[in-house]
Write a protein that binds this ligand. Structure first.
Ligand code: ATP
Length: 549
């Protein structure tokens, strides 16, 4: 039921006191003012009053006498008024306690007494309390009916944007280059803001960039950070990495590219559901977090990181309450991406009774939401220790796909070297006559068999430090030297890698497509040359089913 219909029902049923929690006073007042005159909706039209501590009562925008500015006098006025009326009271929460204030007992008493008077009054009279706070004093909990006032719909926000475009269209100093799809993206990015906040965000984008285009999304997303910060358990991640900053992992990239416009209306009209999410698992340091971050810039959606540690920390509230708050925030600002990093961390205690079932309850809440969510919140969960993940999480329907990110293949290592060298060799001093060509990349990739992406990045940085300390430009020799001195993680953890590959072969799809998996890569022997473990041919033991997208 929509807000207007719900309020009309309460007015007609003569509910004496209604409580609406909102920051959007003006929007609510404007809707209620129209409702008060609608014979069709409420049968008996009513005089519409608003009240605040500074203005007292206002009837149809005209200020009332000064004496009405105290809350007790205001309640007296309501009691004695003889005609059908709706009284919207703005500042009463200030006298009702909550948010470290002390309640005024005489006002609470007066409200309770008034309740009986309103119910018996021959003329229908209703009182609506508007407050930014949810607090209702214990004594009044049976007298007040709480009504939800939702955030503006997509249509509301789009109308604000349209108006702003129309007003500025003829201004020669402002350039507006929005296609109708861009407009949709911009309006969707503002979901979760109040109308005023959305208007402010569009206006800010307009003045800072001298116009509106797809890049104005940044200003709108910036406005949203405020909401996210207040939850305490969600973090807004500025989406710096682009998908082109990720080397290899073409299978995931293709999957994501195909779903780029999946949350636009055109996809829904085509008959497509919005994607639920992905679980990325695999060898640490091979780009899982990087992929999670780059989806945001690819899809032009805000990225929220959910810190499982904070959910359970007890610093900001109860664990289940924290998760519910995080989910509600993500839904309010959807479409968005919710990144749950190291999801296994929060779920590892599920089987143990050590935390009196808190982990199980939190996990249950998460699973149910993932299964049933109707709002376009794309969940990207990353996990290193997959063995500890509960099987329920992996069941079909929770995630659209589970991808396994393995040690990079030769082709992927070449890509990763290319990305990190190109990113850093921007000054002529550092670059000198270093050539980032096929031959060099191939040589470096051959020497870094079984290295992870993070190690390749570190090799590039360490080699540059070598060159910098000797005040010269980078050479291939610098890189070769650092490589020779690096012991890759895969060497010390080959047993774990072998295990997670076995796991992934059954349950996950390889992030690397078949064509990039060719070539002979070996998993190093455990504990060096003394081990009885033979070298393993990665091309036959690489983890993840080869399903190409
Ligand atoms: P962890 O689980 O330990 O957090 P991860 O798989 O999430 O590991 P990232 O944090 O994405 O790994 O990788 C660490 C860093 O290594 C990245 O910031 C990036 O600079 C580099 N890196 C890793 N993999 C790649 C890749 N495929 N392409 C480019 N850079 C990479």
């Amino acid at each position: 039921m929509n807000f207007n219909q719900e309020m009309a029902n309460y007015f007609r049923a003569r509910f004496p006191f209604l409580h609406i929690t909102t920051w959007e006073e003006e929007r609510v007042i404007s809707e209620l003012r129209t409702l008060a005159q609608s014979e069709e909706m409420i049968k008996t039209p009513r005089t519409f009053f608003t009240w605040s501590v500074t203005e007292g009562f206002k009837r149809n925008e005209e200020s009332g006498p000064d004496a009405m500015k105290t809350p007790v006098k205001a309640l007296d006025f309501i009691e004695k008024y003889k005609e059908p009326a709706i009284f919207v009271l703005k500042d009463f929460h200030v006298f009702l306690g909550g948010e470290n204030r002390t309640a005024d007992p005489s006002i609470i008493r007066k409200i309770r007494d008034l309740s009986v008077v309103l119910e018996k009054s021959p003329a229908p009279k209703n009182v609506v309390f508007l407050s930014p706070s949810e607090h209702i004093p214990f004594d009044l909990q049976k007298d007040l009916t709480v009504v939800e006032y939702g955030l503006p719909t997509f249509e509301d926000i789009k109308e604000v944007l349209r108006k702003m475009i129309d007003v500025n269209r003829s201004n020669s100093r402002i350039t507006i280059t929005l296609t109708s799809e861009d407009e949709e993206r911009l309006a969707k990015a503002a979901m979760g803001l109040t109308l005023q906040e959305a208007e402010n965000a569009f206006a800010l984008a307009l003045v800072t960039r001298g116009g509106l285009d797809l890049n104005s999304l940044e200003s709108v997303l910036h406005e949203k950070q405020q909401i996210i910060k207040k939850t305490g358990v969600l973090e807004y991640i500025k989406s710096e990495p682009r998908i082109s900053d990720v080397g290899g992992l073409e299978n995931i990239k293709r999957w994501l590219k195909k779903r780029n416009r999946s949350w636009l209306d055109s996809a829904a009209e085509y008959g497509l559901p919005s994607p639920k999410g992905l679980l990325l698992t695999g060898v640490p340091g091979c780009g899982k977090s990087l992929i999670a971050k780059s989806i945001s810039s690819m899809w032009h959606l805000p990225l929220l990181k959910l810190d499982m540690g904070k959910i359970f920390s007890g610093i900001v509230g109860s664990s289940e309450g924290n998760l519910r708050k995080a989910i509600a925030t993500a839904e309010a600002i959807s479409p968005c991406i919710l990144w749950i990093d190291e999801i296994e961390k929060g779920l590892s205690g599920i089987d143990s009774s050590g935390d009196s079932g808190t982990s199980s309850r939190v996990f249950g809440t998460l699973l149910t939401w993932m299964q049933e969510k109707s709002k376009p919140v794309f969940v990207i969960a990353t996990a290193n220790n997959i063995q500890s993940l509960p099987p329920e999480l992996l069941r079909k329907g929770r995630f659209d796909e589970i991808f396994f990110v393995d040690l990079p293949t030769k082709k992927e290592r070449m890509d990763i070297f290319n990305i990190h060298l190109s990113k850093r060799l921007t000054s002529p001093k550092a670059r000198g006559d270093f050539q980032i060509d096929e031959e060099t990349l191939s040589l470096l990739a051959d020497r870094t068999e079984t290295f992870i992406g993070a190690e390749i990045e570190q090799i590039c940085i360490a080699a540059l430090f070598e060159a910098f300390s000797e005040e010269r430009s980078l050479t291939v020799n610098d890189l070769k030297k650092v490589i020779a001195n690096t012991v890759p993680l895969s060497k010390t953890q080959s047993e774990q890698i072998r295990k997670i590959r076995e796991w992934a072969n059954l349950r996950a799809v390889a992030a690397t497509p078949q064509e990039d998996r060719a070539g002979y890569d070996k998993l190093p022997k455990i504990n060096g040359a003394d081990s009885a473990e033979p070298d393993q041919d990665i091309s036959s033991t690489r983890g993840g089913r080869s399903l190409d997208f």
